[in-house]
Each structure stands twice: as structure tokens, then as C-alpha cells.
Design a protein around this ligand. Sequence first.
Ligand code: HEC
Length: 103
Amino acid sequence: MIKTGSILIAALVLAGAATASTTQMRGAELVSANGCRGCHVIGEDGGSIGPSLNGLSERMSPEMIKAQLINPKTINPNSFMPSFVDLPEEDMTALVNYLSELK
Ligand code: HEC
């Protein structure tokens, strides 16, 4: 019984690690595919037209990040950041999760 339990826990831990790295990979892909670094520093590099997105979760909730991506003008009426409203829901979720994890 104890053995089964620890195998189960090990499996859950592994599954968790796999999910986290999948988010990281998909998020990084989406950032490149959508040209976010043209305007934002993410990690080590990027442009300075918009604010750096490192440490984003300290100032924005996932809901706020999503709102910014869907319609940047809701937060700043004069925003010229393009809208990413056309991203499939799955990609939007991966992107928001990735951005929320940036240190
Ligand atoms: C053409 C330049 C441009 C591109 C491309 C762009 N942004 Fe932005 N973004 C901005 C600017 C400028 C701001 C500052 C606030 C505003 O004007 O909306 C901003 C703000 C943000 C914010 C709010 C940050 C804060 O600290 O207030 C987030 C989150 C964000 N952008 C994410 C992204 C992501 C993710 C992508 C790619 C999918 C992206 N942006 C692409 C220009 C851009």
C-alpha cells in the first residue's frame, strides 16, 4: 500500500513537471510567433517600445494580462499594442500562463 502510494505521488510529480515545461515551451513559441519581443523585453532581450514583461505577475493578474492581450485599449485607450484576440483559446491560456511565470 505504501509502495503504491509513493509510486502514485512520483507519477503525479512527474506529470506536474511535464505540464510546467510544456507551458514554458508553448509560451516561448507563442511569444516568438507573435513578435512580442519587437516591443517588449522578455527574459534577456527584446525592444523597449513597451514595458519589460519580466516579473509581470507582480503587477498584473492572469485576468488583466488576458484583457491586455484581447483588447489593449481597455487598459490604455491610446494603446497601440496590437490585439491578439484571434489567438485560439488554448494558445491564449498557454501565453497568459507563460507570462504569469516570468521572473
Ligand atoms: C507594437 C508594439 C507591441 C507589440 C508587438 C506587443 N506589445 Fe504589449 N505593449 C505595448 C505597449 C506600448 C504597452 C504599454 C501599454 C499600452 O500601451 O497598452 C504594452 C503593454 C503590454 C502588457 C502590459 C504590461 C504592463 O506592465 O502594463 C502586456 C502584458 C503585454 N503588452 C503583452 C504583450 C504580448 C504577450 C505580446 C505578444 C503576443 C505583445 N505585448 C506585443 C506594445 C506592444
